[in-house]
Design a protein around this ligand. Structure first.
Ligand SMILES: *[C@@H]1O[C@H](CO)[C@@H](O)[C@H](O)[C@H]1NC(C)=O
Length: 217
């Protein structure tokens, strides 16, 4: 290998290490930039508040189980920059997910974050699907951890007879969620039936049946 080639390989490796070591959110340029959630200024993230207090870094919303009496039997309670303005530009956030017996957190993606889940109690069947359509799945118990790589479709299902709950951490202050079913079947304005029928290789009546399921409470 000539010197130039060696230099090129070293630069490539250094770049790879650099990009792997940073979070999904951009790098921090000051100690704090507490989000001014009321500012009309549109930037990547939120404008910084002039003054802030300890309460801008505090949130008690994950201390109790969320209500799971909905059609999926699960509830995600977010603790992101919208609830904790102090998280602005810091590249992390949490959620709590509660599951009734049989509850499902339906297949979804987080476009801006890797997720690492810690099971508080109960048991969950968890899984993600890669871009080559391979499913990686496992059943995790209290105190165990599972990771959902950034952007990949994933789900969590409580097959047990008792409730389950997880604390999940994200490599983003605002990971964003696209729930596959809701995104496709309850978008406003609606995705045309003929698009969904062709995409899923079913008839328009099948599409309407699925759409009505998402419309009902
Ligand atoms: C921030 O604090 C300074 C000093 O106490 C005060 O003069 C200023 O008006 C405050 N700004 C806002 C937006 O409250």
């Amino acid at each position: 290998m000539c010197n130039f080639d060696k230099f090129f390989v070293v630069m490539l490796v250094a770049t790879a290490i650099l990009f792997n070591s940073v979070s999904a959110d951009p790098e921090l340029l000051q100690d704090v930039c507490v989000a001014d959630l009321t500012s009309g200024v549109k930037i990547n993230g939120f404008a910084c508040k002039e003054n802030f207090t300890a309460d801008d870094f505090f949130f008690a919303g994950l201390s109790r189980p969320g209500l799971t009496n909905n059609k999926f039997g699960s509830l995600v309670t977010a603790a992101n920059v919208q609830m904790i303005p102090g998280l602005n530009t810091l590249g992390v956030s949490l959620s709590r997910i509660d599951f009734a017996p049989g509850g499902l957190n339906p297949p979804h993606t987080h476009p801006r974050a890797t997720e690492i889940a810690f099971l508080l109690y109960g048991e969950l069947e968890v899984g993600f699907i890669t871009t080559t359509n391979t499913l990686y799945t496992k059943t995790i118990k209290t105190g165990e951890i599972f990771v959902f790589p950034r952007g990949l479709v994933h789900f969590q299902k409580n097959n047990g007879r008792v409730p389950a709950a997880a604390i999940v951490a994200f490599s983003s202050q605002l990971p964003g969620t696209q729930s596959i079913g809701a995104t496709l079947f309850s978008a406003v304005p609606p995705v045309p039936d003929y698009v969904l029928a062709q995409a899923f290789q079913v008839g328009p009546q099948d599409v309407q049946r699925i759409k009505s399921g998402f419309a009902s409470k």
